[in-house]
Design a protein around this ligand. Sequence first.
Ligand code: AMP
Length: 304
Amino acid sequence: MSLIVTGSIGIDTIHTPHANAEGILGGSCAYFAAAASFHTPVRIVAAVGGDWPDEHRRMLEQFENVCLEGLETRPDSKTFAWGGRYFANMNQRETLFTELGVLDEDPPPVPDRYRDSEYVFLANTHPAVQSGLLADFPNRKLGVADTMDLWINIAHPELMDVLSKVDGLVLNDSEAEQLTEITNAITAARKIIELGPTFVVIKKGEHGAVLVHRDGLATIPAYPAELHRVVDPTGAGDAFAGGMMGHIAAAGMTDFPTLQTALAWGTVTASFAIESFGLDRLAQISRRDIDERMREFQAAARVG
Ligand code: AMP
């Protein structure tokens, strides 16, 4: 049931109201893969430049279930770099800089050994690269994409092409509004479904997420994290998607009830990612910690 992901490997600089971190490992692909690896083996297709620090590689290597064979190093290029600053509520942020580096070059090649991948996740990167990876897996069981404001702004036609081909889209509420000009998340999701996908997951930060599917609708609260535990929300969306897709690939099913359960695994996995800068917290925990928090979450979120 192999899961494959393409996206960014980033060198992040992050400012929160309480602390700063400079030059740490980030990127949509890194967070996704680390989170998914608690649920199933995951293969990375991504590129970094000659400036990528060895310690970032060592950090990724700590996640045993992450296969790095598809991680290409381009000695003469620069790694994608991103900076962000969080506002006082830790829920909203502004982007300080985006240096595309390798994300503006040719897509990384897919190793032959990855050809049997069945579950394809297109984490945040240029939509043209996302389309390329989809085309490499015509017999996939499921293809799901993420996107964000930059790509909605600068690569709209390519993003529309991705939407016409994927089974699912995961994005946050402000991005859904930007894409559809509709403020209501459910209505926005239905509009996106008209563009191609079978389902849309809209994340609402500390207010949880909704799944709008051609077969039904599901809502899930966020994990109730106390403020002092929220160190750095960066990568929460990618870790959510990693937990979700990891569960789906491990289950080997793509029906509505499986997707609904996957939302809970995504929520619980992401709740660890925000407890540190970068991947530090995810690198400390084991599957047992995730299972334990899942039980707590089920008890806290029970309806009726
Ligand atoms: P999230 O907080 O889930 O939105 O993900 C943040 C991560 O995405 C950071 O580690 C960044 O390195 C990475 N990132 C930021 N902007 C982009 C972009 N335009 N394309 C790909 N990755 C990005």
